[in-house]
Ligand binder design. Structure first.
Ligand SMILES: C[S@@+](CC[C@H](N)C(=O)[O-])C[C@H]1O[C@@H](n2cnc3c(N)ncnc32)[C@H](O)[C@@H]1O
Length: 335
């Protein structure tokens, strides 16, 4: 049995050809898959000739489901539970202090979204949970505890929800009589403000659910820390490939690569070069790579996907400045 034959994937990997191309050459390479999910990227990297893949996921159900692929990999796939913000430490513990490639496919998997009991979806009723790792405070804990202004800020910053304050007030009015426990209860509170779903339009709960998910899982902090961890663990010539699904994530990746590939202060020839640390990544292009029509026809989820990648230089890694990358800080620095 080849690695490819070890179980059908319940999640269609996004931009897979583009990911493999950005990571190439993979022959004999050691790579980190920071978001194992259903193993689509890990599987493809092994099929493309990677010598070893160290895959990480914070969701224990993904780790459990990946056992078959590990068994089929003849020792070439190591699957570890943990967060990708610590990918350099996890790789070192797995025996690889430096690697040739790192790939991150940010966000939730189809398995997480489609299982009502995980509480990620406004489409099916389930516990208001949203924790990828199944540990820590749930989305219900958050909506039942935050001050109205904090809730509004969360929906505005992480969901770009224009009606954030009205939704926060509706939540507080309901939770005063009965705390939230189910996704359907939150959907009803949001619909009491925004109305129900209209044909051809986005579901009114989309932005609030996205915001809660980002907050519950600390997703943007995780992303910025993972970029810094990848910078530390990649060998010169190694490749960092990141696929994102919304503008908040893409902005962080874009700013990271712009900052790390800058050769001159402010891009100006007239400023002293000594003030700019040497570039840690080389970029082959500034524009993100999107899915083509053929992929969109079979996987509509790819519509919002953006791929960016960089090639590690020999320059030493440096610390990350979350503010400069545009990582929003929810409850500090209020305007
Ligand atoms: C979009 S899916 C990845 C799908 C995968 N590329 C595939 O083809 O099957 C994202 C996965 O990353 C995991 N994940 C999200 N944030 C994480 C983090 N900070 N650390 C580790 N895993 C994370 C999720 O649990 C989920 O399983």
């Amino acid at each position: 049995m080849t690695v490819l034959e070890a179980g059908a994937a319940p999640h269609i990997p996004v931009l897979i050809a583009e990911v493999l191309s950005a990571l190439s050459p993979l022959d004999g390479a050691v790579a980190i898959d920071g978001t194992f999910g259903a193993g689509g990227y890990s599987r493809a990297m092994l099929e493309a000739g990677a010598g070893r893949v160290i895959a990480i996921d914070r969701d224990p159900t993904a780790i459990e489901a990946g056992a078959a692929l590990v068994a089929a990999s003849a020792g070439r796939l190591t699957l570890v539970p943990g967060t990708f913000s610590e990918l350099d430490r996890l790789a070192t513990e797995a025996g690889e202090a430096s690697v040739d490639g790192v790939v991150l496919d940010i966000g939730v998997s189809s398995m997480q979204l489609d299982r009502a009991e995980r509480g990620f979806s406004f489409r099916a009723d389930g516990p208001l949970d949203m924790r990828m790792s199944l540990s820590g405070p749930t989305a219900a804990d958050v909506v039942n505890a935050l001050e109205p202004k904090e809730l509004a800020r969360l929906f505005w910053i992480y969901g770009e929800e224009k009606q954030s304050m009205r939704i926060a007030k509706a939540i507080v009015a309901r939770r005063d009589s009965e705390p939230f426990a189910r996704t359907s209860e939150l959907v009803a509170a949001i619909e009491s403000v925004l109305g129900g779903k209209r044909f051809g339009e986005m579901h009114p709960a989309t932005r609030a659910f996205q915001a809660l998910r980002i907050h519950v899982n600390g997703e943007l902090d995780q992303l910025s820390d993972a970029l810094a961890a990848a910078e530390r663990v990649l060998k010169p010539g190694g490749r960092l490939v990141v696929v994102t699904f919304h503008s908040l994530e893409d902005r962080i990746v874009k700013r990271f690569f712009a900052d790390r590939s800058r050769e001159r202060a402010g891009g100006s020839r007239h400023l002293p070069e000594a003030t700019v640390p040497p570039a840690t990544f080389h970029l082959e292009g500034r524009q993100p790579i999107d899915a083509g029509e053929a992929e969109l026809a079979v996987n509509p989820r790819a519509r919002s996907a953006k791929l960016r990648f960089g090639i590690r230089t020999e320059a030493p890694s440096r610390s990350i400045d979350r503010d400069a990358l545009g990582v929003p800080s929810l409850f500090r620095d209020r305007p």
